[in-house]
Ligand binder design. Structure first.
Ligand code: ZN
Length: 246
């Protein structure tokens, strides 16, 4: 099986398009989406339309998806993120809102001994930002391989004999051969709002037969995405940060 793993699209259609274009040439058998289809970007409807058409798809919700669907306070979000969530609530179609709100909370076990979650397996809102967090996460995982999102940093944590080691996935392409007797907790990075100062869209492919992961960073037309954000009267900072990769 060949999987496309992607996360944190955040309403960025142009970035999603380059990821799906790559997937189109990669004989993908299964799509794994780790949440946050919306929030920040100006194309929530177009993004949901594209993602819901992917077959077969395993998907879990992210914290922004949840915030758009629930009426609870936006206190956990910074003011700019909260503004974008309010904007999304006003601009999402009824049909897409219905789809978004039916996406289940992770973690979710899929085939090939894989778990997917948004933040951490024990809390969808938790940021796994280091080896101690990862070690805690491994305690809650039964599968060999887990994919998570939320931090917008492509990262690989491996656990062998209870020792956890984390590595940032740098560069625009890299390959990882999965080892036996080792468990992995992997973040494919963010499609629509990378924060590791690499402005290219991030995603990963997993080939379960080869036991290999491939990490991709793809160029897209950031100017188009920025113009849409500005035209939609979303906070200009959301356009600006895409060029800084933060
Ligand atoms: Zn996110």
């Amino acid at each position: 099986m060949r999987y496309l793993i992607f996360s944190d699209v955040h309403g960025n259609l142009e970035a999603l398009n380059v990821v799906l274009k790559l997937a189109g040439g990669e004989n993908i058998d299964q799509y794994l989406c780790l949440g946050d289809l919306v929030g920040y970007g100006a194309s929530p409807n177009e993004v949901i339309d594209k993602v819901r058409a992917l077959q077969p798809l395993s998907i879990i919700r992210g914290n922004h998806d949840k915030a758009v669907c629930e009426s609870e306070s936006l206190q956990t979000f910074n003011p700019i993120a909260a503004m974008a969530i309010r904007w999304t609530k006003e601009n999402i179609s009824e049909n897409n809102l219905d789809y978004l709100c039916k996406i289940k909370k992770g973690p979710l076990k899929t085939q090939d001994d894989i778990t997917i979650c948004h933040g951490a397996p024990f809390d969808e809102d938790y940021y796994i930002f280091g080896e101690f967090d990862a070690a805690e996460a491994f305690l809650h995982i039964e599968t060999k391989l887990t994919f998570f999102g939320h931090t917008h940093f492509p990262f690989v944590y491996k656990e062998k004999d209870h020792l956890v080691e984390g590595t940032y996935v740098s560069g625009n392409f890299s390959k990882l051969k999965l080892k036996k007797k080792t468990r992995y907790l992997i973040n494919p990075g963010s499609v629509g709002q990378p924060r590791d100062r690499n402005i290219r869209s991030s995603c990963a492919i997993f080939d379960s037969e080869a036991g290999e992961m491939y990490f991709h960073r793809l160029e897209y037309k950031i100017e188009t995405t920025q113009k849409k954000i500005l035209d939609a009267k979303l906070p200009p900072a959301l356009a600006k940060r895409l060029f800084a990769g933060i």
